[in-house]
Design a protein around this ligand. Structure first.
Ligand SMILES: *[C@@H]1O[C@H](CO)[C@@H](O)[C@H](O)[C@H]1NC(C)=O
Ligand SMILES: *[C@@H]1O[C@H](CO)[C@@H](O)[C@H](O)[C@H]1NC(C)=O
Length: 358
């Protein structure tokens, strides 16, 4: 774990240093789900995983829904600002002739998982395999624009942020009507997820990715859509234990890949402790409520904020915006912590230390 943390620090510091030295912009590619989507699903006509309606985006610049699944910015938006670059645009918004193809792209899609069958009932979404195919096409476009050698360097030098797996639980394993939860024990399911991820990360490496940061899962048992399944509104302990098993397995996978693939710098960003601390001690961070969402939609079926949903008065008081996704204010805290933990090379404490606000 220490080695992975140092790798993380090395990736970020070397990328930031290279950026200021060469005056060329840092290029980032983002793969993910609704936690990082910036609008791909708006282009999928039949997708049911969408957020292109009020009150999404109410606190985003312009106040309009963009396809982000929160009231404001995603963690990725905030990290991009910290890196001094614009948040990369959604892949599906670009056409091949766009020069924007050379400036980093976001492939994230709400409802997507590591597994193809995850989120099946959203009809359309870009699964991780689909997102990898989009990256492959991206590389073809870049090659056509700047030639083979430059294209290879371009993708080798870029930074890759990957955050997937939440939907493999919330919209697959934990859903009684999906086959995987019936078919597999949890041990078998984690094995399926990590072996699938092994192939996917190897494919991304073969396409040229070297500096990859994988975001581990947060305590999914504590999101409002899971809490409502407990009679007392408590976190679902078993779900949190499962998520931690996934995180442990993925950390190990990344260590293996670093040994197996020459030049690979894959790192695990462990956001679990920071998110749990925020949920356990909301007042320490300036929040009032962490056990229910601002948009009053905590049901075991729904969970997205709809135009006719009742919203809280003060959105800054709530850690959760809807039953699945953190609020803009929570994303700010989490991005601050993630970023400072990435940059503090001398730190010997476990990743993101809680801020003391009183
Ligand atoms: C998932 O779907 C993609 C195409 O979208 C396909 O290439 C891949 O083989 C599928 N993976 C599995 C494990 O079925
Ligand atoms: C959230 O916590 C507060 C204070 O502990 C409690 O009064 C409230 O009932 C809880 N809400 C839910 C939905 O569990």
């Amino acid at each position: 774990m220490m080695i992975l943390r140092l790798a993380l620090v090395a990736i970020i510091s070397s990328s930031v240093a290279a950026q200021s030295a060469s005056a060329t912009s840092l290029i980032t590619y983002i793969f993910g789900d609704s936690l990082t989507e910036v609008g791909n699903n708006n282009y999928l006509q039949y997708s049911l995983a969408r957020s292109d309606f009020p009150w999404y985006g109410i606190d985003f610049s312009g106040g309009q829904a963009t396809g982000r699944f929160t009231n404001g910015r995603t963690i990725g938006d905030i990290i991009s600002t910290k890196l001094g670059i614009p948040s990369p645009p959604p892949y599906l918004s670009l056409s091949r002739s766009d020069d924007a193809f050379l400036n980093g792209i976001n492939y994230a899609s709400g409802g997507a998982g590591i597994l193809n069958e995850t989120g099946l009932y959203f009809i359309q979404r870009l699964t991780f395999d689909d997102q990898i195919n989009c990256f492959k096409k991206t590389k073809d476009v870049i090659r056509a624009k700047i030639g083979d050698r430059a294209a290879n360097k371009h993708v080798n030098d870029a930074m890759y942020f990957i955050g997937l797996g939440s939907n493999d639980y919330v919209n697959n394993f934990l859903q009684p009507f999906m086959a995987d939860g019936q078919q597999y024990t949890h041990d078998e399911f984690v094995e399926l997820l990590t072996s699938t991820l092994d192939n996917q990360l190897t494919t991304i490496y073969k396409l040229g990715a070297r500096k990859v940061i994988f975001h581990g899962l947060g305590p999914l048992g504590c999101i409002p859509s899971q809490r409502v399944k407990s009679k007392t509104g408590m976190c679902l302990k078993r779900v949190n234990e499962w998520v931690m098993e996934f995180n442990t397995g993925t950390k190990k996978l990344l260590e293996d890949l670093n040994k197996r693939l020459p030049g690979a710098k894959f790192a695990f960003a462990d956001t679990y402790p920071a998110v749990l601390d925020l949920i356990d001690n909301p007042t320490r961070y300036g929040f009032k409520v962490a056990n229910t969402s601002c948009c009053n939609v905590d049901t075991s079926v729904g969970g997205l904020c709809l135009p006719n949903s009742k919203m809280c008065k003060n959105r800054k008081d709530f850690v959760f915006w809807d039953a699945f996704h953190p609020s803009d204010s929570a994303n700010q805290i989490l991005a601050d912590q993630l970023f400072s933990s990435l940059l503090s090379s001398s730190s010997h404490s476990p990743a993101p230390a809680p801020k003391n606000n009183h």
